[in-house]
Design a protein around this ligand. Structure first.
Ligand SMILES: Cc1cc2nc3c(=O)[nH]c(=O)nc-3n(C[C@H](O)[C@H](O)[C@H](O)COP(=O)(O)OP(=O)(O)OC[C@H]3O[C@@H](n4cnc5c(N)ncnc54)[C@H](O)[C@@H]3O)c2cc1C
Length: 425
């Protein structure tokens, strides 16, 4: 499709808006085109906010292979059995109906940064003035040869991208006889959602306490210690799941024997379990890596934190879990949502000749369910530091809440509903 034809297909009208922009941002007389790759926490938010903050003057096309958004936050409760897949699923309809985002159900197969086009797996080409890339993570399986065998990944699951694997891991737990062992392995940080594996251990143990009380949860962590909310998780394991959850640090998985459900470690004895849940090491989503944007150890994409523009390619803005984070910035959905808004504001400014915000500030709250209802959280505020050109945490902001109670649980569910609405409604 020619760039001009795509532009002429645009339909949504113009007005003067909240940012004081002229409604129709144009490049050489044509409406500006933004393509967003990935409809997760980062991409969906950016798509919506580019539309809103350009007063619907910039055309936005969102490319996403999944029919609906399925949230990783709260997905551990599906695995524990207290929530359903429907509870964590939100359609993309409102992005198109309310905000005029053109949602294309496809994968981006290639990005040509020089020509400023993306090619979809289905063959179509989309031109862009600015590309926003939020592809999440993909798994590094080179060090886990057993998982690369045909069918292995259908048996030994990660369930670290919410969707069919979430439901499949739940089914494996339901099918497991009482007295079995559920073993979850954690890669060296950085990985998506530092507290997520420990929350998952709590959810599985909470289910076992009710339904399979002779069963055990083993946490096999490559890190030296619990990577997030350590004291809070350890207290929950001791107070609520004594004798049921066992934590073993410094356990590096080097292979998985899928036929016998056995983990092999660098230094420790092999371990066989009824249900294995292996979280492989992670890096930026494949499309970012193959476009040459993962400049930090060929794993993560370095960006300018004022605009989220890639340091490797002009006019491409990378968000969410795929980026090389600033100090103490977690790979979280909340963070990806904040990246989405910061990048959206910057892209609108750049496309309309306005100044980019010189001091973005954003926050993060990460809730973890230690039972079906009770929750702990950690929060932080991050502000741009012009001297160091990075985001730094604001001294005295945020901190840990150890309440571990049901009120925090209600806040956590409200947080989820709010962020889903902010990103997708
Ligand atoms: C079990 C678990 C619990 C978690 N709990 C929390 C929590 O409580 N709070 C919190 O803040 N965070 C939590 N997280 C982390 C959070 O899910 C991620 O940080 C967040 O999803 C990152 O957003 P993203 O946009 O970078 O990636 P994603 O949300 O994964 O979105 C990436 C999207 O890109 C699409 N995509 C990939 N490649 C392409 C391509 N080539 N073409 C088109 N589309 C593509 C994918 O289909 C996907 O929809 C949790 C994660 C897990 C696994």
């Amino acid at each position: 499709m020619k760039r001009r034809q795509l532009i002429q297909a645009a339909t949504v009208g113009t007005a003067t808006g909240a940012l004081g922009l002229s409604g129709c941002a144009s490049i050489g007389g044509s409406r500006a085109q933004v393509v967003v790759v990935g409809g997760g926490y980062g991409g969906a938010t950016a798509a919506k906010y580019v539309r809103m903050w350009s007063d619907y003057g910039i055309d936005v096309t969102l490319v996403e292979p999944n029919a609906a958004f399925v949230s990783c936050p709260i997905s551990n409760l599906v695995i524990g059995g207290s929530k359903t897949m429907a509870d964590i699923t939100t359609p993309y309809d409102n992005l198109s109906k309310r905000h005029g985002v053109k949602v294309v159900r496809d994968m981006v197969a290639a990005i040509d940064a020089d020509k400023r086009t993306v090619t979809l797996a289905g063959g179509a080409q989309l031109p862009y003035d600015r590309l926003i890339l939020s592809p999440g993570v993909d798994f590094m399986l080179d060090g886990l040869p057993g998982l690369r065998q045909p069918g292995a990944q259908d048996k030994v699951l990660h369930a670290w991208k919410a969707g069919p694997q979430t439901a499949a891991l739940r089914r494996q737990l339901e099918a497991m006889p009482d007295g079995g062992v559920f073993a979850i392995s954690i890669p060296l940080a950085p990985y998506r959602c530092p507290p997520g594996p420990y929350e998952r251990a709590c959810q599985v143990a909470s289910y076992f306490k009710k339904a399979k009380p002779r069963s055990k949860v083993l946490i096999l962590d490559e890190n030296d210690d619990v990577t997030s909310k350590g004291a809070l998780f350890k207290k929950a394991w001791a107070d609520r799941y004594a004798g049921m959850i066992e934590y073993r640090p410094k356990h590096k998985v080097v292979d998985v024997d899928v036929a016998t459900n056995t983990l092999k470690f660098e230094f420790n004895d092999d371990l066989k379990a009824a249900v294995l849940n292996v979280l492989p090491p992670m890096r930026a989503g494949e499309i970012a890596v193959k476009t040459g944007l993962a400049t930090a150890n060929r794993r993560w994409c370095e960006v300018d934190f004022l605009t989220f523009e890639s340091k490797a390619a002009k006019n491409i803005h990378v968000l969410g879990d795929a980026i090389q984070v600033a100090p103490l910035m977690p790979k979280s959905g909340h963070m990806a949502n904040q990246h989405g808004k910061t990048a959206a504001a910057a892209v609108v400014a750049l496309l309309t000749g306005k100044p980019v915000n010189a001091m973005p500030v954003y926050n993060n709250t990460c809730y973890s369910f230690v039972s079906e209802e009770d929750v702990v959280h950690v929060a932080s505020v991050h502000r741009y530091d012009a001297a160091q050109k990075t985001m730094l945490t604001v001294p005295g902001s945020g901190g840990l809440s150890s309440a571990a109670n049901e009120l925090e649980g209600r806040y956590a569910l409200a947080w989820a509903r709010n962020i889903w609405a902010d990103s997708l409604a």
